[in-house]
Design a protein around this ligand. Structure first.
Ligand code: EPZ
Length: 421
């Protein structure tokens, strides 16, 4: 297992461009299962999770070709509608194949995704919605067995604005008969991007990005390839990670390739803490910031504070003046970075869903271990700031969702190197 060695404290300088968003790329690649023709994409990010979803799609019969920056997925002929546990267990977003397979073939057998480090992460809302669309669903030997002669449009009210359930149901509704309305839908920018992709294939969708999404079902023959390769939005979570890295290290860095509107709450919070940010149409320029002050944040569904930036924000809070409080309302176990940060001198006390962070003067390098994707990012941020050497183990967690982050940080002047295991 690779590890990263960071010698801090680092000062960063220059510009970094974020990759395409992991959490938009995954559902959009799955949506090609609906398309009986080749679909072209620009610049698919080289992430482990993207590799996993492509392997799963290929196991269903999707053909992959890569020519220069263009990646083509061709789901004209699918071989089967079975998503195997061996693949699904490594990445729970695999459950997103349920909607398109059920809609196009009237049947699907998809392994129940296991939980993961940050929580049980059930899929009950996904399944409730599919049943509302007329599917018969039962669980057999750890697999979701779903059947439906023809899905029928319905009004589906989600008990929680689940990102994955919203995406799964949007895709299922594309080939359902009639109109589907998803109430209390997730509003994340990645949902909006999935809708844009489906609209580019000829589907009529209104309200994506709001809590009420209307999808007008079409016949398979009505779906048509879009004129040019699809370009996925920039990764707002990766961008937030680099913005916080620059602030923590007192650096002047331009982070580009994102829509800053997708990070409004995060940018407002950072400004409230005293960060100097210049925001452009597709960039955030972090000016050298003085020592910041603590704040209180609750994670929440979009447009609230994103849970995927919680760990990175906690890294920043550990080195500001005064105390901060973080309350994690989305996942039940998303504080695993805390003990690892404690090994570097962070002063964090956990109490139920909340963490109290007391700002300290400095952190010290130490051997630490990644436990999940965003926790890994938080450890890198602490290592950039810490005095001395930090050895970060199990970086495969990081490689799931950050494309070449060590190379990008080296480009910005960090002293970071990957040691192949
Ligand atoms: C997506 O996960 C993201 N993953 C997550 O990013 C992100 O943290 C999450 O949305 C919230 O924003 C991808 O897009 C691939 P949810 P998802 O369904 O769809 C509960 C990262 O770091 N729930 O909105 O799984 C669930 O247990 C990852 O990039 C049910 O109870 O999130 C959780 O507590 C981590 N039943 C909450 O809702 C369901 O049927 C949010 O889950 C579905 C969800």
């Amino acid at each position: 297992m690779d590890k990263l060695i960071v010698n801090g404290p680092c000062t960063l300088t220059g510009e970094v461009r974020v990759s395409s968003a992991k959490n938009a790329t995954l559902p959009i690649l799955v949506a090609t299962l609906l398309c009986p023709y080749p679909v072209n994409f620009e610049t698919i990010p080289a992430l482990m999770d993207v590799g996993t979803i492509i392997k799963l799609l290929q196991s269903l019969g999707v053909k992959l070709t890569v020519e220069g920056p263009t990646t083509t997925l061709d789901a004209t002929e699918l071989a089967n509608q079975h998503a195997d546990y061996a693949l699904v267990k490594t990445m729970r977003a695999s459950v997103l194949v349920l909607g398109p397979l059920l809609a196009r073939y009237g049947q699907a057998s998809v392994s129940l995704p296991g939980g993961c480090a940050i929580g049980a992460r059930p899929v009950d809302i996904h399944l409730m919605g599919m049943e509302k669309l007329g599917a018969e669903i039962h669980i057999e030997n750890g697999y979701i067995k779903a059947r439906a002669k023809k899905l029928k449009g319905a009004v589906i009210t989600l008990p929680f604005p689940s990102v994955g359930a919203t995406e799964n149901l949007m895709m299922a509704a594309v080939l359902a008969e009639g109109v589907t309305v998803i109430e209390n839908a997730a509003m994340e920018p990645e949902i909006d991007d999935l809708a844009d992709f489906l609209i580019a294939q000829g589907v009529r969708i209104e309200g994506a990005g709001t809590s009420r999404i209307t999808i007008h079902g079409v016949e398979l023959k009505d779906l048509k390839p879009s004129a040019k390769p699809y370009r996925v939005i920039g990764d707002r979570i990766e961008a937030a990670t680099f913005i916080i890295a620059a602030i923590m290290t007192g650096s002047d860095v331009k982070v580009s390739g994102l829509n800053p509107k997708h990070l409004s709450f995060v940018l407002e919070t950072l400004t409230k803490m005293g960060a100097g940010l210049d925001v452009g149409p597709d960039f955030v320029h972090v000016r050298k910031s003085p020592r910041l002050k603590g704040v209180a944040i609750d994670t929440a569904p979009y447009p609230g504070f994103p849970t995927d930036v919680q760990a990175q924000m906690m890294a920043l809070m550990s080195v500001v003046d005064g105390n901060s409080i973080v309350t994690e309302t989305i996942f039940e176990n998303r504080f695993m970075h805390v003990p690892e940060m404690g090994r570097m001198g962070a002063k964090i006390t956990l109490k139920g869903k909340s963490a109290l962070i007391e700002g300290v003067e400095s952190l010290s390098g130490a051997p630490v271990m990644c436990t999940d994707l965003r926790a890994s990012a938080a450890l890198i941020l602490c290592a950039l700031k810490a005095e001395g050497q930090t050895e970060i183990q199990r970086v495969y967690h990081l490689d799931r969702g950050y494309e070449k982050i060590d190379e990008k940080l080296t480009h910005l002047g960090a002293t970071i190197r990957r040691v192949k295991a």
